[in-house]
Write a protein that binds this ligand. Structure first.
Ligand SMILES: [Zn+2]
Length: 256
């Protein structure tokens, strides 16, 4: 059963430290492969409360090393490997998150089968799921990549934190697009605003787009309002994710 499970939909420092929204990232089940993506603080708690079988994870994937994307990476590795008793799974992360300012504890490297270094525009396999990395995102000093996952009948894009730049649209051609929409209005931060997300969705023209990783401003203004605005501008079906939401990927990939 291909699906997305949103352990959290919050992004950035204030939302994360107040837990106004949860910050656990996403569990992706696709091509019989279970993957934890960007497990921010709280991922383990929300996954446990939802009764998810984390020992069935095939991998843990980090787009970049910011705390709201990796706070629970170590405990997710322990969960995937049954506390280190079953050596299995792969950790995928950019070099910066592994070497320069490491976020994966060194002793946990021995718990997993492989630690795979993410680089731009490369192909990777996790279980029976193939995916590609994007070009480097423009996200401050953080080495950041997004992903295109190849399902049996559709593609899923995950576009994490970045400043807008036009080349993004050419990489993220997909049927379902998950897009980090942190800002209500364009600001100085290297994050997408509602109007920039709309611009990208218009250019990419996916069958459906899912907004997530919300900052305080967009959350207070209403994420459903933002989704409706983008849908109106683009003609694309747009959903604002919610903490704990499950989305069935095959039905989402059906184009109207
Ligand atoms: Zn970030």
């Amino acid at each position: 059963m291909d699906q997305l499970i949103f352990l959290g939909t919050g992004g950035a420092r204030v939302v994360m430290s107040t837990q106004s929204l949860s910050t656990g990232g996403i569990i992706l089940e696709m091509n019989d492969t279970l993957l934890s993506i960007d497990p921010g603080p709280g991922a383990i708690v929300h996954a446990a409360r939802m009764g998810l079988a984390l020992e069935e994870l095939k991998g843990v994937l980090l787009s970049h090393r910011h705390l709201d994307h990796c706070g629970d990476v170590n405990v997710m590795i322990e969960a995937m490997t049954h506390g280190g008793f079953h050596k299995r799974g792969t950790v995928f992360a950019p070099a910066q998150a592994l070497y320069e300012d490491p976020v994966v504890l060194r002793y946990l490297w021995n718990y997993v089968k492989e630690v795979s270094l993410l680089e731009e525009r490369q192909s990777y396999t996790c279980g029976s799921l193939n995916f590609e990395t994007s070009m480097a995102h423009r996200h401050g000093e953080a080495e950041t990549y997004g992903f295109l996952f190849h399902g049996r009948n559709y593609t899923l894009g995950y576009l994490p934190d970045t400043r807008y730049f036009p080349e993004l649209a050419s990489f993220y051609k997909c049927d379902i697009l998950i897009i980090s929409t942190l800002l209500l209005y364009k600001g100085k931060a290297d994050h997408l605003s509602v109007s920039e997300a709309a611009q990208l969705i218009k250019e990419i023209k996916p069958g459906a787009a899912v907004l997530t990783h919300f900052g305080m401003g967009i959350w207070k203004a209403g994420v459903d309002t933002a989704a409706e605005k983008i849908a109106h501008k683009t003609g694309v079906k747009v959903i604002a994710a919610r903490d704990g939401m499950r989305l069935d990927l095959p039905s989402l990939s059906e184009r109207a």
